[in-house]
Design a protein around this ligand. Structure first.
Ligand SMILES: *Cc1c(COP(=O)(O)O)cnc(C)c1O
Length: 357
C-alpha cells in the first residue's frame, strides 16, 4: 500500500475545480416520456434503424453487465471511445503541457507517446531490459517531481511478454503518481488481471479493450478501471456522449456472449501454438519470442525483404525491424488456421525464390 499517494496532488488544479457539462438527459433517467429537452428529431432517423435519441452518457446498463464479469464496482469503471480515449484523458487530467512528464518503457505501445506529444507533455524513456522486463532501478531514477504517469503494458506490445509482478508492485509503492497497466492482451494470458489489486493501490489504473479478444475493434470501445475518485474525474472531462448508440448496442449484445469470446480466445491460443511451430520450422526464422498475446514477434534473417515480399502477396504484418530491441523482427498477428497456412506457404515460396535467385 502506498500511503503517501494523494490523487489531488496528481490532478491538474483547474481540472479538480472544473464544473462538467451537464447534458440534457442528466436530470431524467427514465426510459419513457415526452422528450423535448435535447433538440433531437422526434420522427426518427434517415436510416432504417432509429438512432435519433442521444445515448446514455455514462453507459449505466453496460457497466452493470460488465461489473460482475470483471468483479469490480460500476463506480470504478470508465468506458471510452477505444483505449485511446482513456489514454488521452489520463494525460490531460494529470499533465500540464510543457511542464509535466510521463515515463514510458520502450519498446512499447505507440499511443502513450503520441498522446503525450499532442499535449506537449515531456516523455522520459526507460528502456526495457534485454529480456523485455522493467528496469525498476532505471525507472525509479527517472522519476522527478513533475512525473505524473508511468505506463506499463502487460502483456507488452510488441514483445508479447508479461511484466514481472514485483516490478510493478515496486513502482506502485515507490511512485506517488499514477501507474497505468495496459492489459489489452490480458485475455490471452494465464496471469490474473491487475483489476484484483485496485483495492490495494490507489494509484493503480488498469486499461482493457474490446478490440482484441472480444472482436469489437470496429466499434471503438475501451475500458478503464481505477479508484472511484479518479473515474469521476475522467467522467468529468470526457466528451458527453463518448460511446455512440450503435456501439452501446453492440457492447450489450457482446457482454451477453462471454462464452463466444472464450471460445474464440481458445481457438486463437491453439492457432498461436501451431503458427509458432510452423514458423520455427523455417530455416530463415531465427527466433519466435514467447508470447502471452495474440501475436508473435519473429526475428528473421532479413526482415525487410520478408516484409516486402509479403506485401507483394497482399499479406500484411507489422514491421518492427527498426524498433529499439526488436531489430530484425516482424510482429505477426495470429490469424485463422487458413490465414496462417497462407502466410506459411508464402514464406516458403519467398525462401525458394531467394535460394534459387
Ligand atoms: C490494441 C491495443 C490497445 C487497444 O486500443 P483500442 O483503442 O482500445 O482499440 C490498447 N493498448 C495496447 C497495448 C494495444 O496493443
Amino acid at each position: 500500500m502506498n500511503n503517501s499517494f494523494d490523487l489531488k496532488s496528481v490532478i491538474r488544479p483547474h481540472i479538480l475545480t472544473l464544473a462538467p457539462y451537464s447534458s440534457a438527459r442528466d436530470e431524467y433517467t427514465g426510459h419513457s416520456g415526452v422528450f423535448l429537452d435535447a433538440n433531437e428529431n422526434p420522427y426518427g432517423s434517415v436510416t432504417e434503424e432509429n438512432y435519433n435519441r442521444y445515448p446514455d452518457p455514462y453507459q449505466a446498463e453496460i457497466k452493470s453487465k460488465l461489473s460482475p464479469i470483471k468483479n469490480i464496482d460500476t463506480k470504478q469503471i470508465f468506458l471510452g471511445n477505444g483505449s485511446d480515449e482513456p489514454i488521452d484523458l489520463l494525460i490531460r487530467a494529470t499533465c500540464t503541457p510543457e511542464k509535466d512528464h510521463i515515463i514510458i518503457l520502450p519498446p512499447t505501445y505507440g499511443m502513450y507517446e503520441v498522446s503525450a506529444s499532442i499535449h506537449n507533455v515531456h516523455i522520459d524513456k526507460v528502456s526495457l531490459t534485454s529480456d523485455y522486463q522493467i528496469d525498476v532501478e532505471g525507472v525509479l531514477k527517472a522519476i522527478t517531481q513533475d512525473t505524473k504517469i508511468i505506463w506499463v503494458c502487460t502483456p507488452n506490445n510488441p514483445t508479447g511478454n508479461v511484466m514481472q509482478d514485483e516490478a510493478i508492485v515496486t513502482l506502485l509503492n515507490q511512485f506517488n503518481g499514477l501507474v497505468v497497466v495496459d492489459e489489452a492482451y490480458v485475455d490471452f494470458t494465464d496471469s490474473v488481471s491487475w483489476i484484483e489489486r485496485l483495492g490495494q493501490f490507489a494509484n493503480l489504473v488498469v486499461l482493457q479493450t474490446f478490440s482484441k479478444a472480444w472482436g469489437l475493434a470496429g466499434i471503438r470501445a475501451g475500458m478503464c478501471f481505477a479508484s472511484a475518485e479518479l473515474i469521476k474525474i475522467l467522467n468529468k472531462i470526457k466528451s458527453p456522449y463518448n460511446i455512440s448508440l450503435p456501439a452501446q448496442q453492440a457492447l450489450l449484445e457482446g457482454l451477453g456472449a462471454v462464452d463466444k469470446k472464450d471460445e474464440m480466445v481458445k481457438e486463437i491460443l491453439k492457432e498461436r501454438t501451431s503458427l509458432r511451430t510452423m514458423l520455427e520450422n523455417l530455416s530463415f526464422v531465427n527466433k519466435v519470442f514467447p508470447s502471452d498475446a495474440n501475436f508473435l514477434l519473429v526475428h528473421f534473417d532479413d526482415a525487410k525483404a520478408v516484409m516486402a515480399y509479403l506485401i507483394e502477396e497482399a499479406i500484411i504484418v507489422r514491421d518492427r525491424s527498426r524498433v529499439h530491441l526488436c531489430e530484425g523482427c516482424l510482429r505477426i498477428t495470429v490469424g485463422t488456421a487458413q490465414e496462417n497456412e497462407i502466410l506459411i506457404e508464402s514464406l516458403k515460396k519467398y525462401h525458394q525464390n531467394t535460394v534459387t535467385a
